[in-house]
Design a protein around this ligand. Structure first.
Ligand code: ZN
Length: 422
């Protein structure tokens, strides 16, 4: 029985070999390097599978036979992107490119669990779920389920490792966060809009290039169509989770302001911090939407500010602040005075504007997982929406609307089972 299992595993691994692997590095730290074979990503019904490679900097002990060590794991992982759960179906371990251990179970018997945030499972899931595409003809690629027992296994000659290692392409030097999963990489967005793609493809808030067609405008925008954790959303039913107070450091003022045609964006000087989930996010920029993108219990607000934060890996966290009509906001006053009329020409701000002047003292918030609200609609964004609105005067709201000449709110997106906590 065990022999048949190993033969099946090898058959399966070799079937995967028929397409040259394209390893995309997702993460690297002191201990290991995590890559996904982009070619292997295959979606069928609720599940998306991918081959994952973890290269260890020091040999690891096999859990079942501690005398066996390995420095490379290749794993077939399955992801349920809708439920944000994953499972391992196949494991191959190698030492110096020699196969030392393999095991596997049919995905139907695999246990799907919610990955611990920031682990390899979690990072791989976020990547795979952001790039997956529905498969039209499942027969065109390798089967998702292992071959049934009537399938004749290939003769077991070469360990899959050698063949696979020999044919694989070099790992991309650039971390994936800069390529597609998080296009709003901080170092590349300075002075630009929420995402750089905004300037390479025409998209808009109305007409043929409007939100309902964003996913079709460019292959890179497909998540706008296929994503299941899209923003904005309507906050309706929430779960009380006694969220910790937001830890913010906001001592450094805005550096410059730019009108990118999609919004007005103000970029911050370096040093403002949001601490959340034991991670540290830098405040990059604030930009505005009129009317608001998120809604609270069906209520829209005339203006919403998005404070975009990024950590060193390019993970994003956005603090949303609603503005209702009322007293003028002093920060907005200073900002609005310097909005450039030229598109994409940032101007240095002459007055001192802090983020703290545009965030209410009561920082109770809703938290949910979402996406960029503009193409490419990348997911994995930690959203923190402040419950209490700020005020802006009628005139301030009108100034923004007249500068932009169009509304810039994407319609609310389905929750698809997401939970909003407060
Ligand atoms: Zn925004």
């Amino acid at each position: 029985m065990q022999k048949i299992m190993i033969a099946l595993l090898l058959y399966f691994a070799m079937a995967n070999n028929s397409m040259a692997a394209v390893w995309v590095k997702i993460n690297e730290n002191n201990l290991s390097k995590l890559s996904v074979d982009k070619q292997s990503i295959l979606q069928k019904e609720q599940l998306t599978r991918a081959w994952i490679k973890i290269e260890y900097k020091t040999p690891q002990k096999n859990i079942e036979s501690p005398d066996k060590e390995y420095d490379l794991s290749k794993l077939l992982w399955y992801f349920n992107c809708a439920e944000q759960k994953s499972a391992t179906s196949q494991v191959f371990q190698y030492l110096n490119a020699q196969l030392i251990y393999s095991a596997g179970i049919d995905v139907k018997g695999a246990e799907f669990i919610e990955p611990v945030p920031e682990t390899d499972f979690d990072l791989a899931m976020r990547y795979v779920c952001s790039v997956r595409k529905p498969v039209k003809t499942p027969s065109a690629t390798t089967p998702v389920s292992p071959p049934n027992s009537t399938t004749k296994p290939e003769p077991v000659k070469n360990a899959p490792s050698q063949a696979e290692i020999a044919t694989e392409k070099p790992v991309l030097a650039e971390p994936i966060s800069q390529k597609e999963s998080e296009p709003a990489q901080p170092s590349k967005t300075k002075g630009k809009s929420e995402n750089p793609a905004a300037h390479t493809a025409h998209w808009a808030y109305e007409g043929k290039a409007g939100p309902e067609n964003w996913g079709k405008l460019k292959p890179e925008f497909v998540t706008c169509d296929t994503g299941l954790n899209q923003s904005p959303i309507n906050i309706e039913d929430t779960v009380d989770a006694s969220l910790k107070p937001l830890k913010l450091l906001q001592k450094f003022p805005i550096k410059d302001i730019v009108n990118n045609g999609h919004t007005v964006q103000a970029n911050f000087k370096v040093g403002n911090i949001l601490a959340i989930d034991n991670m540290s996010f830098q405040l990059k920029q604030v930009h505005f939407h009129a009317p608001s993108e998120n809604t609270i219990k069906g209520k829209s607000f005339p203006l919403e500010a998005h404070f975009v934060h990024a950590d060193a890996k390019g993970n994003l966290s956005v603090i949303g602040v609603m503005f209702k009509e009322g007293e003028p906001n002093a920060g907005l006053d200073k900002l609005w005075k310097q909005i450039p009329s030229d598109i994409d020409k940032p101007v240095t701000l002459k007055s001192r504007v802090l983020a703290s002047g545009m965030i209410p003292a009561n920082r109770d918030y809703y938290r949910f997982s979402g996406s960029l609200t503009t193409p490419p609609c990348s997911e994995g964004v930690r959203w923190l929406l402040i419950k209490t609105p700020m005020t802006a005067s009628k005139k301030q709201i009108e100034v923004f609307e007249s500068v932009l000449k169009h509304h810039n709110n994407r319609p609310v997106q389905p929750l698809n089972g997401r939970v909003i906590i407060e």
